[in-house]
Each structure stands twice: as C-alpha cells, then as structure tokens.
Design a protein around this ligand. Structure first.
Ligand SMILES: Cc1cc2nc3c(=O)[nH]c(=O)nc-3n(C[C@H](O)[C@H](O)[C@H](O)COP(=O)(O)OP(=O)(O)OC[C@H]3O[C@@H](n4cnc5c(N)ncnc54)[C@H](O)[C@@H]3O)c2cc1C
Length: 453
C-alpha cells in the first residue's frame, strides 16, 4: 500500500509493522468483545517520530490511536468503526526514566514506562509512585485514562500525582503543561484536561510525577463477613473514622473462591475487606489496630487476619491485583461485562446491595470487587453469548442508578466506546462544550476519533 510505504519512508523501516498478529494485538483491549485491527502499527522512539506520524496522518487523512501496553477496558483502543482505517501509534519504546529528583519528591519519565519499572528504579530512594491499577500499565496510558488503584484512597489517582505533562498536538506542536510544583493558580488547567482524555486531544510524550515516602509503619489485614452488605457497611464506617486508611478493597465470595483456586490460597470463602493503614509511629498503629478491629466487629466480622510480615502483606496485595485474572480463568469461554460506577460514599452500601439483587434477579454470574474507600466498585459479569443482552441491561441499570444518586458512569476505566451513551445523561449541556474543546485541539478529528464525546 503506497500510504504505508510513505509512512515507512518517513519513519524508518523498523518502526512500522503490518504483521497480522501485531495488528490484532493493537486493535483489541481487555474486555471489548471485538478486535478491529489498525492498518499499521507505528513505533515511536522519540518526539520527532510522533510528529512524523501525525504529519503523515494529516497528509493521508488517516486517524491515529495512541497505544501504551493495551491493558485498558471499554474499547478505548479499538477503532470506533471496523470500516474506517486507522493506525496505532505505539509509544512503549519510549520507556526511559529521564530524571529522579528525591529532593523535590518527583520523577520525570517517558510515557511507555510501566508503573512497576518506575517503582523498581525508585527502590533506593525510599520513595514510591503510588498509582497501582491491577495491570502493569504504562504511565502514558494511565494518564490518558486517569487511572487509579488500591492506594488512591490515600495518595490520589493520576490527576493528583501528575505535576506536568509534555504533549504533541494533532498539528505537531509540542506543549509543556503544568509545572513541577505542588500547587499553582496560574492559567487554565490544560494539564488536567489532557489527563483522562484517552488520546483524543494529543499524545503524551513526557510526565513529571509526584513521589511519596514509603510508609514506616504499615498495618495490613483481611476481614471476612457473612455478607457483602456487612462488608460494605464496615467499609463506610472505617472511612468515617479518623484512621489513616491507605487501602480499602472489597471482594465478594466468588472473588475469594477464584483467588483461592488461582493462587492456591486458603482464605475463608466469604466476602472480605482487604485493608491497609500507613502510620508514622508504632505507638499510633497499636491504637489504630484496636479501633479498626472494634469497627469491623461491630459490623459483624467473622474472621480477622493480620498480615504480620512484609511477605504476608505483599501476598495479600498480590491476591487483590490478580482478582481479575482469577475470575476470568474460572469462567473459560466467557467474555466479561465490567461495570465501573463510583458514587458518593454514603450511597455505596445501597449500590452494592442493588447490584447483588439485580445479578440474582437476572440470573447472571457476576462478582463484585471494588475500591470501596473511593465509592468505586466493579461487577465482573461472566457473559455467554446468550447472556449478552441481559449483561448490558444490568450494566445500564447500574449506571442509571449511579447517575441518579450523583455518581459517575466511570470511576477509573474511562469511557472508550462502551460508555459513550451515558455522556449526555451525566454531563448535560457540558457535553457540547467538551465537543468544542475536542474540535479546537483536533479540528480534523485525527486523534482516537469517536471516543468520549
Ligand atoms: C487485570 C487488570 C486490572 C486493572 N485494574 C485497574 C485498576 O485498578 N484501576 C484502573 O484505573 N484501571 C485498571 N485496569 C485498566 C488499565 O490497566 C488502565 O486503564 C490503564 O491506565 C491503561 O494503561 P495502558 O498503558 O494499558 O494504556 P492503553 O490500554 O494502551 O491505552 C489506554 C488509552 O490511553 C490512550 N493512550 C495510551 N498511551 C497514550 C499516550 N502516550 N498519549 C495519549 N494517549 C495515550 C490510548 O489511546 C487509549 O485510549 C486494569 C486492567 C487489567 C487488565
């Protein structure tokens, strides 16, 4: 194809692939039911490569979808239509740590670096980067989806942990957004506009991220309850205490059973809260342990297990981070419908109860897991082809209920193709202004078109 030959001539032979399996790996995500391969994958080693790809896109009128490691949900990476040719712009080779500045509690990185690689590079500093989605995602992809994770309840998600961004716009211009400072009242906050924009406004090419001191005293425990509702009520009362909550995760019985099978654990098969507290002194932690145990017992806890060693703590969070794969492998041959609502905290127990009742009433197999300290939970519905319509109705009803109580359609996974239909209901007239912002930055609709707005 002449257009692809031209791209090869502009970028270099080794930076363009049309290999079928490479194309397929770039035209899918972790739960969208269809694969829609791009016509080529372009690999960037530096900003100039990204500018060259965008120049080619403008010349050929072919849209481009930026690609990190491909761990996202909701069809964010999948072309909006199978009939429109697109190229994928893979930035995973741009994976360097450009500088670590412990004295300023920050690091400057390229977008392709993954969260675990960054934390490995930080090990000698006593600092860490906290945002930890279950996958080893790229920092660029995490910024583009405004990802969060188990520690967000204490340290914030991507928006709270990115100080500055470098982005390349559709016209090839390079912008520096934000400053390496903790606070600023200067100008419109374009940096935060690009965070969560899913590659629709520009390509992220550099990030300045906040680092945090590793906590001295960590108290980690698992608490099991007779019912998911009691676990959710306990989570709410823990959030209402003054305890220094660093992680507060809910897993239902099916999730625990799947983890036991997948990782060979012997956790009690019951709904659970996985909790962690970060304290500055040992004395403080003793009082906090007593308080948290009293709170969960009052909510009906049937088993409390404290992770005594660092190894036990790591094992507990390894289990939490593997829950998605544990569930997926226990239902081979199914696809997954994943909900991602977040609601004001007081509504969380009722939302979880509603999700449970609906699963039962519709005869669906689903598991509830969630970052409940943030009011955010997922229902992973194992879907056979004959259940697709039911699963979609379930997901839709949960979103409507979330929006009705002041919540959001997506706590962390983003809008992609799947959640677009709720944007008007959630944002009202503001959606028209979002569309104008998209048109301002990308008038030819070349950057991940058809997403979000
Ligand atoms: C097992 C599992 C557990 C997960 N748990 C969580 C969780 O707890 N919390 C959470 O938030 N998510 C979670 N996710 C979803 C996923 O990991 C996040 O959405 C993550 O942020 C995606 O990063 P990525 O590098 O894979 O991006 P990709 O999937 O490659 O891309 C995601 C989006 O970002 C855009 N993009 C990628 N790189 C750039 C760039 N440099 N510039 C501009 N746009 C770009 C893409 O076009 C796409 O729209 C989980 C996924 C899995 C598989």
């Amino acid at each position: 194809m002449a257009a692809i030959d031209r791209l090869r001539a502009m970028l270099g032979e080794d930076k363009v692939s049309t290999n079928q399996s490479v194309l397929e790996a770039h035209g899918r995500d972790e739960n969208f039911p269809e694969t829609r391969p791009p016509i080529a994958v372009a690999y960037a080693d530096e900003v100039a490569d990204i500018q060259a790809v965008l120049a080619w896109c403008r010349e050929q009128h072919v849209p481009v979808i930026p690609f990190g490691v491909g761990s996202s949900f909701e069809g964010a990476l999948v072309p909006a239509s199978p009939d429109v040719p697109v190229i994928s712009l893979d930035v995973s080779r741009m994976d360097k740590v450009l500088s670590i500045q412990p004295e300023n509690f920050l690091a400057v990185v390229e977008p392709g670096i993954t969260r675990t690689t960054l934390n490995a590079a930080l090990r000698h500093t006593g600092l860490f980067f906290p945002v930890d989605p279950g996958a080893d995602a790229s920092l660029g992809g995490m910024a583009a989806t405004n990802a969060s994770g188990t520690t967000t309840v204490r340290y914030g998600g991507m928006r709270q942990n990115i100080l500055a961004l470098q982005v390349v716009l559709a016209n090839g211009e390079v912008l520096e957004l934000g400053r390496p400072v903790r606070k600023s009242s200067s100008g419109y906050d374009l940096k935060n506009l690009f965070i969560g924009s899913s590659g629709t406004l520009g390509v992220i090419t550099k990030l300045t991220v906040r680092l945090h001191p590793v906590a001295e005293h960590i108290h980690t425990l698992r608490v099991f309850f007779p019912s998911v509702n009691q676990a959710a009520e306990a989570a709410y009362s823990v959030m209402g205490s003054a305890l220094p909550v660093a992680r507060l995760e809910l897993l239902d019985e099916l999730a625990i059973r799947s983890i036991n099978r997948y990782l060979g654990r012997d956790y009690p098969v019951a709904p659970a809260l996985f909790l962690e507290f970060h304290s500055s002194t040992r004395a403080a932690i003793e009082d906090e342990i007593a308080l948290v145990e009293a709170l969960v017992q009052e909510a009906g806890a049937i088993n409390i297990t404290v992770a005594r060693t660092q190894q036990e703590q790591l094992a507990q969070w390894e289990a939490r981070h593997n829950v998605h794969w544990a569930l997926v492998t226990s239902h081979p041959g199914h696809t997954y419908t994943i909900t991602d609502t977040a609601v004001p905290l007081a509504h969380l127990p009722a939302m979880i109860a509603y999700a449970q009742q609906m699963l039962q009433a519709m005869g669906l197999t689903g598991s509830i897991v969630g970052h409940v300290g943030d009011g955010n939970f997922h229902t992973l519905v194992a879907t056979k082809p004959e259940d697709v319509a039911q699963a979609h109705t379930f997901s839709e009803q949960l979103v409507h209920r979330s929006l009705a109580v002041g919540g959001t359609a997506s706590g962390e996974h983003g809008i992609g193709l799947v959640k677009r239909r709720y944007m008007a209901e959630e944002h009202g007239p503001a959606l028209a202004w979002m569309r104008q912002i998209k048109a301002l930055f990308d008038p030819d609709d070349l950057l991940n078109p058809g997403k979000i707005v």
